[in-house]
Design a protein around this ligand. Structure first.
Ligand code: G1P
Length: 274
């Protein structure tokens, strides 16, 4: 049913310079695993095994990471070090990996539209690997797939954020329908606290129905002169239905240095196994 997951990975990673000068920010490791691999594992665990990267210049390391390294296999097969390849081998066994280039940086909405060629006419997931989500029982994307089966409309993951941080996120207003689920009535990209319709912020997990592509095609640039997925989702919400889901688990904002350090400490203490 849902088979594909897009990873917009064309961003510059300016906040991590100089580390990201010649290395994609998505390859920064949280302990021993690159950020993007956590995201890809979450997608695969949710059954989304066809992974599509929307890449940019200087991002070849991502494509190489999701490919066999013959030298490495040759060097460490049959040695005690082989265990270090377990997680990436599993991902490579199960997933398929394609990529397309976003030639101009015109926003997340534009990145997703660029991915249309990898997705076609079916519903799909989107993971922003900067948002590292942890739930040892059921990953956030798997939780959202469960909801999609029921509702068959676009879904965004949300989290309550401090009121002075609404300008970092897309923010929703909605009617609560049960427990942690809302139907979206309004959506604003990065509003200042006085203009925010709530403190329910969108985090980097989406399930999108394919009509989003036609909406994005006609979408003028919005906040920061970029084509915003938030604006396209508001059109969908007004035409039909978009759900917002307060996910279960812990999220780290690995797009910021403090969030990245928090994630590193947490994963070292609670997740990492040598
Ligand atoms: C993007 C989206 C924003 C969302 C955020 C989640 O912003 O535009 O709506 O809340 O991701 O991480 P970015 O962080 O790329 O500026």
């Amino acid at each position: 049913m849902l088979r594909k997951c897009l990873f917009p990975v064309a961003g510059y990673g300016t906040r991590f310079l100089p580390a990201t000068k010649s290395m994609p920010k998505e390859m920064l490791p949280v302990v021993n695993k690159p950020l993007v691999q956590y995201g890809v594992e979450e997608a695969i665990d949710a059954g989304l095994k066809q992974i599509g990267f929307v890449t940019g210049r200087g991002k070849r390391a991502i494509a190489d990471h999701f490919d066999t390294s013959y030298e490495l296999e040759h060097q460490i097969s049959g040695t005690p070090k082989e265990k270090y390849l377990t997680s990436i081998r599993r991902v490579l066994d199960v997933g398929t990996f394609s990529s397309t280039r976003q030639r101009e940086m015109r926003g997340l909405g534009h990145a997703i539209l660029t991915g249309e060629t990898l997705v076609g006419n079916e519903a799909f997931g989107v993971i922003l690997s900067d948002d590292l989500c942890f739930n040892p029982d059921r990953g956030v994307m798997a939780q959202m797939v469960d909801l999609y089966r029921q509702f068959r409309c676009s879904i965004v993951a949300i989290e309550e954020v401090p009121e002075n941080e609404t300008d970092k996120y897309g923010v929703i207003a909605g009617d609560i329908i049960k427990d942690d689920l809302y139907t979206v009535t309004d959506m604003v990209e990065k509003p200042s606290p006085d203009k925010a319709p709530s403190n329910l912020a969108i985090i980097g997990r989406y399930i999108l129905t394919p009509d989003i592509f036609d909406i994005l095609r006609d979408m003028p640039p919005g906040k920061n002169n970029e084509v915003q997925i938030t604006d396209a989702l508001l059109v969908q919400a007004k035409r039909g239905c978009v759900m917002a889901y307060k996910f279960k688990g812990k999220r780290f904002d690995c797009g910021s240095v403090p969030g990245f350090v928090d994630a590193t400490n947490y994963y070292y203490e609670n997740v990492y196994e040598e």
